[in-house]
Ligand binder design. Structure first.
Ligand code: NCD
Ligand code: ZN
Length: 407
């Protein structure tokens, strides 16, 4: 048994000066706990490991962008201990064999890895068979990397019906593709369409990367009825707007595209009020070369998994949001929604922990980026509060590998 001592531990919504003892699970929380391995974390804050429910790992035929090993390094350096891998890989995760193979590959990462099943025109009849092997399903109604877009409305109804029967969560990329200004304008309509389907078939719905105020308001309204819906937004929608994209072009090209300053401010406001369910990164790595070919030709997507926690912790330090909100949207809510025995520091739950030094101040530098894509949209940003140690199901991940990302 290991014991973390001297730190402030986030328990029951607040920081408390207590020890945590753990093996694979958290075994005890209290004063003066005994254990063979004692880890002195004086001056540090201990949070539940961060859960990122939207990550594109790229392992298989796009491993030049990222693979499980590099994703693991990036995630752990940022305090993320659990990821949900999206199925738009090449080839896609559309069969039992491919999903099994992806789980096996995930062991290269030391992360808790959950895997999404793809929905294609071809595998509709096999979704029931696939269901026990996946942690959730992903449906693409809008433009994405890969060939998984389904735009036939009859098929949509069929899919919502089938997935409802499997009782799995259906995560939907609802926003249709097209011109950036356009997409921002019709996001709410696209989401209303999906909410109606979820209502009709009683599907458990999770909406990916919600960007605009109108869309969030539509979801909040739907929550008042019986629809079983949750949603995520992403750090890039909290930090950037369409104006930034005009300046930086392909480096800020992603789906759905960046919205307005009013939308961005609304997201921060909603986050502060506890109206946002989950913050996920939609970590979508593409290489520097791939992004360097101009806006039109460059693939959509930006990496993000390694800076999720620092970006939000900095906001806590700046009194923009409370630490409790951070833990809600990054740990508690994702665990609750996806049914994981994690997400808080409590006896009996998985020992996934991140130790944060609240005072370290660093500027994000390209050379320090751990993702194989080798760049970050947050380069140049100075943030205060960085992870210095992570524990994944009781296993202490090397401090040095964590430190090496600190500059
Ligand atoms: C994602 C990718 O590159 O896989 N890109 C993106 O802009 N978000 C795909 C997606 O989530 O649509
Ligand atoms: Zn995505």
């Amino acid at each position: 048994m290991a014991v973390i001592t001297g730190a402030e531990i986030f328990i029951d919504g607040a920081l408390q000066r207590l020890d945590v003892a753990f093996d694979e699970k958290i075994r005890a929380i209290g004063r003066n706990l005994e254990g063979e391995e004692r880890i002195d974390c004086s001056g540090k804050i201990v949070l539940p490991g961060v859960i990122d429910v939207h990550v594109h790992v790229r392992d298989l035929e796009q491993s030049h962008k990222e693979d499980w090993a590099s994703l693991g390094r990036a995630a752990l350096s940022g305090g993320v201990t659990t990821v949900f891998a999206m199925p738009n890989t090449q080839p896609p995760l559309d069969s039992v064999e491919r999903v099994r193979d992806y789980r096996r590959r995930a062991q290269a990462s030391s992360l808790n890895a959950y895997v999404y099943g793809a929905i294609t025109r071809e595998n509709l009849q096999n979704l029931e068979e696939l269901a026990p092997h996946v942690d959730a399903f992903k449906l693409y109604l809008g433009e994405t990397t890969g060939q998984l877009v389904i735009s036939d409305k009859k098929l949509h109804r069929e899919i919502f019906k089938i997935i409802a029967q499997t009782e799995k969560i259906l995560t939907v990329h609802a926003q249709r593709g097209g011109d950036p200004t356009d997409v921002t304008r019709h996001e709410a309509d696209d989401i209303l369409y999906v909410l109606d389907l979820a209502a009709a078939y009683e599907t458990k719905l999770h909406l990916a990367h919600v960007t605009t105020q109108r869309a969030v308001e539509a979801i909040l309204e739907a929550k008042k009825s019986k629809i079983d819906v949750s949603f995520e937004t992403c750090p890039h929608y909290l930090y950037f707007t369409a104006k930034d994209r005009e300046e930086r072009g392909a480096w800020l090209k992603m789906n759905p595209p960046l919205a307005t300053e009013e939308d961005r401010e609304f997201l921060w406001w909603a986050l502060g009020k506890g109206l946002i369910d989950i913050i996920a990164t939609d970590h979508a790595p593409h290489t520097i070369e791939e992004k360097s070919v101009g806006y039109e030709r460059a693939p959509a997507g930006v990496p993000g998994v390694e800076f999720l926690l620092p970006l939000l912790f900095d906001a806590v330090n700046a009194d923009k949001i409370s630490l409790a909100r951070l833990v809600e949207v990054c740990c508690l809510n994702p665990a609750k929604r996806f049914g994981l025995p994690k997400g808080e520091i409590a006896v009996g739950l998985d020992a996934d922990l991140v130790v944060v030094d609240p005072d370290i101040k660093k500027t994000i530098a390209r050379e320090a980026v751990q993702s194989k894509c080798g760049w970050s949209p947050y380069e140049g940003l100075t943030l205060r509060g960085w992870p210095v140690m992570v524990v994944v199901r009781g296993r202490l991940q090397k401090k040095s590998s964590v430190r090496s990302s600190l500059k």
